[in-house]
Design a binder for this molecule. Structure first.
Ligand code: F0G
Length: 461
């Protein structure tokens, strides 16, 4: 008889090249984090054991991608790798026109400049740091129109990235559709914990905005992970390949900004994709000012080849199942052990809830920043603050934003770490949780003007 029951999944690849890791002592880490101003962005990577700072640009490329690097056509104009990239985006994302950029924020910059005028509003399903800053620098004001559940780390809503259609429509009525150049829809929502938007909600956003003649622009950095959640959680999608679902997501939008450093499995690169020929002409013209000619946009030919190949690999169902499965493995372990994390577990990262770790540390004393430092000192694991430091200040008043979510993100690079690394990470987090009482917060000693979380410095209180 066949034994019934559970079958484990495993990664659909084996490892060909390895990179040694280095473990420091606790005393060394105490000194290193102090020297880094208690900011994990200011640590050297050689001093990090398991690096969960970001899933951005940290993927392991495949042999097929590495082979593609040798086929780089490093011509200034008309590189064949650009045409391969363009074809891959057209085939898998379904947009007509593609402008390569050096990474996601390059695309955000171009898009913001060609669409936003002073006094405009850009509604979005929660802010992202670089996205909002480019909207503001172009003269716009970001308006959060995500559902309330997104701001609640304990809400189990399966699609916490959904747009609140009432919030969106009341903004449209308040400021008028002509003041809204586009609705910025992220799939998945990074700052909410890697939470997806449902296909049903996206369709409704499309229907609402079409009535007013407002564009929808997708932040596609992790849209494939979103497609996987749709497949797993939404009625009618269970039997559909993620590649199909991704294309359907894109079909309800007018274009996308893309950081290929996420879903697309490369270490650098991005693009802006559009359907409107006039807007494309403007983007193609402006990209030469800031990034490079429209057939390379700040990338080497080989980089574009790696993205084209990465896209082809990323849309495979077995890849995305293992990718999100690994994140869920880590998250479920922490849930089982009673460690406070954002639920449901997101697509690219597990988010620790610093408010529930350190209820005695007020938000002004940076509980999440403190937790990233404590975790590093305990174990050499590097995470990232996603709370008050990341939220920054109001562009008009200069007041600090006080986000409801005060989180530490443990982002899992794609195809890089093993299940054993996840076990070690979970045990490290559990130990920090056990020692949570009596931990003191931080004071900020240096605050940069833009995107302060990257370079701010702190000292222990
Ligand atoms: N949009 C989202 C949702 C992102 O997460 C990022 C980057 C960007 C846009 C900008 O792309 O870095 O290529 O310029 N997120 C990184 C992270 C930094 O760690 O989450 P980029």
């Amino acid at each position: 008889m066949e034994p019934k029951g559970h079958r484990s999944w495993a990664e659909p690849f084996k490892i060909k090249v390895v990179e040694p890791l280095h473990m420091t002592s606790r005393a060394e880490r105490e000194q290193l984090i102090a020297e880094a101003g208690y900011n994990t962005f200011l640590l050297r990577s050689k001093d990090v054991y398991i690096d969960l700072l970001t899933d951005s640009g940290t993927a392991a490329m495949s042999d097929y991608q590495w082979a593609g690097l040798m086929l780089g056509d490093e011509a200034y104009a008309g590189s064949r790798n650009f045409y391969h990239l363009e074809a891959a985006v057209q085939k898998y994302y379904g947009y007509r026109y593609v402008v390569p950029t050096h990474q996601g924020r390059g695309a955000e910059h171009i898009l913001s400049k060609i669409t936003i005028k002073t006094g405009d509003y850009v509604p979005g399903n929660m802010y992202f740091t670089t996205t909002r800053l480019h909207q503001e620098l172009a003269g716009g004001t970001f308006e959060d129109v995500v559902i309330d559940e997104a701001h609640d780390p304990e809400s189990p809503h399966p699609f916490k990235g959904n747009v609140d259609l009432n919030k969106l429509e009341s903004l449209i009525k308040r400021v008028g559709p002509q003041r809204i150049p586009y609705v910025s829809v992220a799939a998945t929502v990074n700052m909410a914990g890697g939470q997806p938007i449902s296909m049903g909600n996206l369709k409704a956003v499309r229907a609402l905005t079409s009535g007013y003649g407002i564009r929808v622009i997708l932040d596609a950095a992790r849209a494939l992970e979103n497609a996987y959640f749709v497949q797993q959680r939404e009625e009618g999608y269970r039997e559909r390949p993620v590649a199909d679902i991704l294309k359907e997501i894109c079909s309800y939008t007018d274009g996308c900004t893309m950081s290929a450093k996420k879903d697309a499995l490369v270490n650098i690169g991005g693009f802006l994709a559009l359907n409107d020929p006039d807007l494309f002409e403007e983007a193609r013209n402006l990209v030469v000012v800031y990034e490079g000619l429209h057939t390379y946009g700040g990338l080497a030919g080989r980089d574009m080849e790696a993205i084209a190949r990465g896209i082809e690999e990323s849309v495979q169902d077995d890849h995305i199942r293992a990718r999100v499965g690994q994140v869920e493995y880590l998250g479920n372990k922490l849930i089982e052990w009673g460690v406070p994390v954002v639920v449901p577990i997101g697509g690219h990262a597990v988010y620790l809830d610093a408010r529930r770790f350190y209820p005695h540390i007020p938000q002004d004393e940076y509980p999440a920043q403190t937790l990233t430092a404590e975790l590093y000192v305990e174990s050499g694991v590097r995470g990232m603050e996603r709370g008050i430091v990341s939220a920054g200040r109001d562009a008009q008043t200069g007041e600090q934003h006080y986000p409801k979510l005060e989180l530490v993100r443990l982002a899992i690079p794609r195809r890089v770490y093993t299940q054993a690394h996840m076990d070690v990470t979970a045990e490290s987090v559990q130990e920090v949780y056990r020692q949570r009482e009596g931990v003191r917060g931080l004071r900020m000693t240096y605050e940069p003007r833009y995107l302060r979380f990257f370079q701010a410095r702190f000292e222990r209180l």
